[in-house]
Design a protein around this ligand. Structure first.
Ligand code: APR
Length: 169
């Protein structure tokens, strides 16, 4: 049975088996969560990402997929990088966002991770409306069989935190 917890704060300050990164397909870092994780985790993460690009992900990590690297200096064993969809008002990309959570849990199970910290994927630079993103995140985690014991949503601000509180009901 997976427990879902909500925390307001900086995901790079969390202690967990795996911390999920809202990455971009290049895996070479960026702003927001991606920038914070690479800054906090140090160069070992980027080195591991470059190795992934040189091997299995020559064209980058596709949207909705997930891949793990070392967590470097973060208080975690792994970072699970996943690429969220950019919000579109004309195309329903909900399945791609759900896939980020589903695939991250699949990777976590492969690793044997028991605690996984997620950010609110796609709700920053990728502009996904917070309430809908929270709905997809909570529903997907609730409906995905996994050995992960604790899923922790780490929300950066009140707006995000309240949105997830509403979704947990
Ligand atoms: N801890 C927790 N949450 C954070 C942190 C942090 N340190 N920094 C930002 N956030 C929140 C944002 O407020 C937002 O709610 O994470 C959510 C996701 O925002 P982004 O990091 O912008 O991620 P996303 O919207 O998925 O866009 C990904 O942005 O940084 C680039 O390289 C990244 O191209 C990729 C894109």
């Amino acid at each position: 049975m997976t427990t879902i917890r909500l925390v307001q704060g900086d995901i790079t300050q969390q202690s967990a088996d795996a911390i999920v990164n809202a990455a971009n397909s290049s895996l070479y870092g960026g702003g927001g969560v991606d920038g914070a994780i690479h800054r906090g985790g140090g160069p070992a993460i980027l080195e591991a990402c470059r190795a992934l690009r040189a091997s299995h992900y020559g064209k980058g990590l596709p949207t909705g997929q997930a891949v793990a690297t070392t967590a470097g200096d973060l208080d975690a064993t792994w970072v699970i990088h996943t690429v969220g969809p950019v919000w579109s008002s004309t195309e329903d990309r909900s399945e791609q966002l759900a896939s980020c959570y589903r695939e991250s849990l699949r990777v976590a199970d492969e690793l044997g991770a028991r605690t996984v910290a997620f950010p609110a994927i796609s709700t920053g630079v990728f502009r996904w409306p917070m309430d809908d993103a929270a709905r997809i995140a909570v529903e997907t985690v609730r409906n995905t069989p996994t050995a992960v014991e604790e899923v922790r949503f780490v929300l950066f601000d009140d707006r995000a935190y309240e949105a997830f509180v509403r979704q947990l009901g």
